[in-house]
Write a protein that binds this ligand. Sequence first.
Ligand SMILES: [Zn+2]
Length: 326
Amino acid sequence: MFTRRSAIAALGIGIAGVTVLADAREAPGYDDPDDLYAALRDQPVERIVLPGGEIALVFADGAPGLDRDRVRAWVRDGADAVTRYFGRFPVEHYGLLVIAEDGDKVGHATTFGYAGSATRIHVGRFADRPAFARDWVLTHEMLHAALPDLPRRALWLQEGNATYVEPIARARAGYLAASDVWRQSLAGMPKGEPGPNDGGMDGTKSWARLYWGGATFWLQAEIDIARASAGRHSLQDAMREINRQSGGNNTDWTPEQLMAAGDTATGTDALSRLYARFAGERVATDLDALFASLGVADRDGQVRFDDAAPLAALRRDLTRRARRLA
Ligand SMILES: [Zn+2]
């Protein structure tokens, strides 16, 4: 049930301190993903060609009231961030249905894979340029499209991955400051820590655990890969390999397959080992120690960096500007 039709939604509450409210009453239609695929098939399409793939952009029913140029520029920026991270646009064919709604921000979005990679996203008619520049949702959804679909028990891996990688990809493209990347992690990751009665991550349903507990897993994976490969590899190498082997979210994989594919890229077993631990047993992370090792701290609301910290170089590399490809 979940594997073929599973949907990954950006709930958008709490991440980056931005509250995005989805209001289905304002956007009739397209709740059924079959209607999304029909719209991508039957309505006028604008094609955005990128290295590695293309986006089929559809303004649902013409999306009356939306500034199309602004939307196109925002789609290109999101694609640019994921393209730089993966070295190419990670999906050969990606459908994007933009639905106009009331409001002044980017709203709720959901990504599907069972009939081709596709995202449905709601956009406020009064969203201005800063609102689009602040948006993280579209990049988050494109990151979901880049990885194979997983069974429901592993939803935390998918949400955690998009939560962890999205600010990094945007920073590497120059759309987000490094201090903002770490401000979000400092504020968010503690929310994802297990409570006294929590077990392993597989099957977790708690919002904070899915997003921020999952993000902590991927940050730990980043560190474990760097350590196990003596600094020769990063999570990005694993992500690129997983993307290339799977082709994105219209393929169903197991989490074990995903970890094994990532590990082949780094010549380590870092991902498989970490996954086995987080999935099956309660893992509490000493986040204060972890952030200290990276040289990141919150001092009265300001993010401070310590370049003498043992993993300071890794931290700097994570947000280093990457070459523009498209
Ligand atoms: Zn998501």
